[in-house]
Structures are given as structure tokens and as C-alpha cells.
Design a protein around this ligand. Structure first.
Ligand code: CA
Length: 231
């Protein structure tokens, strides 16, 4: 899950980024509204954390502008003051949730997961795909009720596929989902993770669409570990 963190305080920003990355999020940091704006135009995010006190533009005005432009991204605002008026105007400006500083990183992560679930229109944590279930909050996969041990990269890959069940995802989109924006990725690394995921969940879990990319295999084909096969 890609989070755009817009926060001008470097210390707070690096603390949040480290905390969220440890929980499996990938975090891009913007220190100003202008930086956030240009990142929003060039990369895809699942949600944004927005500090209201930014150096170049008031966070609420920035958010209002983004919503007017049609930005649908779930936004959680960070406010320094526990003022009812500020929270209300935040929600009116188009925020989906807010946290008052200082806050616990675990609470932030839990709120972000809740926002993602709401954005995806799901009422439960768990994504089902035939006999396969995946819980994004716990990052736990089960096949026919049996837990399947997945690495962090494999979890991210599986989640990207499950959250886009009818789309063909390019290798670039999958790399982006698995590694985030900042990591340097060897060209073969994605293939290695796809290979492992197929070995653990069955060859059918990741379908190859020649020349275009990959897509989630049909639910019936995710039938559990199979022989080692690259097809
Ligand atoms: Ca600030």
C-alpha cells in the first residue's frame, strides 16, 4: 500500500515513515503542498496523510483544492491542536479521518487500514479468492483454511493482484506495488517473487498476459502448492 505522507517536520515524517514501513506500507514523503501536488500527478497512491500546518499552503485549503480537482484518494489529516473546529473543518474540506498529534503509530496504521477497507467498499478485512483468503491488516494468507507463509514482497504482490481482480497489471505496476517508489529493483526480482507465489499458491494464481503483464488467475485455479513450474 502506497502512502503519500505530506508533513514538513522532518523528524515527525521520518518517524511516521519508519513506523509505517515496518508495517508493510510503502511511504513517499512530501515536505510541502507543492511537492505533494507533483507526486500526486506522477505516482499512484492508496492514501494520503496530510499535516495541516505546511510551509507553503494551509493544509485544509490544499485538501479542498485537491477534492475540487476530483482527487478521490482517502486522506487522513494530522492536526496539532485538539480543536473541534479544526477537525470539523478538516472533515468538511474532504478529509476521511484525522489524528491529533502526538499519536501512537499503531493507531495511525490501524486507521489507515480502516480507510483502505472503506475505500475498497469492503466491510470485512479479508479478501476471498476461491479457497484463498488474504487479510491485508494481518498480512496473512490462507489456502483452504491452512496458513501459507509469504514473504513481505510476496504479500505485497498478492495484495496488488487481489485488489485489482479484473485488471491486467504491468510489470512496472507490480514492481511499484512490491517495492514502492524509492527502492532500486533488479530487473529479474519481480519474476522471482512471482515464481515463489506460484510455487506456494499454485501456478494459476498469477496469470501471464503476453506482452502486457500479469493478472490474478481465476479463483478455481488457486488450488494450493503445485510442482515447480515456470509456465
Ligand atoms: Ca507542520
Amino acid at each position: 500500500m502506497h502512502v503519500l505522507l505530506t508533513e514538513d517536520n522532518t523528524l515527525i515524517a521520518s518517524g511516521i515513515a519508519a513506523g509505517l514501513e515496518a508495517q508493510g506500507f510503502s511511504v513517499a514523503h512530501a515536505a510541502t503542498a507543492a511537492q505533494a501536488n507533483s507526486l500526486l500527478r506522477t505516482a499512484r497512491f492508496d492514501l494520503m496523510i496530510l499535516d495541516l500546518g505546511l510551509p507553503d499552503e494551509d493544509g485544509l485549503r490544499f485538501l479542498h483544492r485537491l477534492r475540487q480537482r476530483g482527487l478521490k484518494l482517502p486522506v487522513l489529516i494530522l492536526t496539532a491542536r485538539d480543536a473541534v473546529a479544526e477537525r470539523v473543518s478538516g472533515l468538511q474540506a474532504g478529509a476521511d479521518d484525522y489524528l491529533v498529534k502526538p499519536f501512537d503509530l499503531r493507531e495511525l496504521a490501524a486507521r489507515l487500514h480502516a480507510l483502505l477497507r472503506r475505500a475498497a467498499g469492503r466491510t470485512t478485512h479479508v479478501i476471498e479468492h476461491g479457497p484463498l483468503t488474504y487479510d491485508p491488516a494481518a498480512r496473512a494468507a490462507c489456502m483452504a483454511g491452512e496458513p501459507i507463509d509469504l514473504s513481505r514482497r510476496e504479500q505485497a504482490l498478492l495484495q496488488a493482484l487481489l485488489q485489482n481482480p479484473s485488471r491486467v497489471l504491468s510489470a512496472e505496476q507490480l514492481k511499484d506495488a512490491v517495492y514502492g517508489l524509492s527502492d532500486d529493483v533488479e530487473s529479474n526480482a519481480l519474476n522471482v517473487h512471482i515464481h515463489h507465489l506460484r510455487r506456494k499458491l499454485g501456478n494459476g494464481i498469477v496469470g501471464t498476459v503476453r506482452g502486457l503483464g500479469y493478472r490474478l488467475g481465476p479463483a478455481g485455479h488457486a488450488s494450493g502448492p503445485t510442482r515447480d513450474d515456470d509456465s
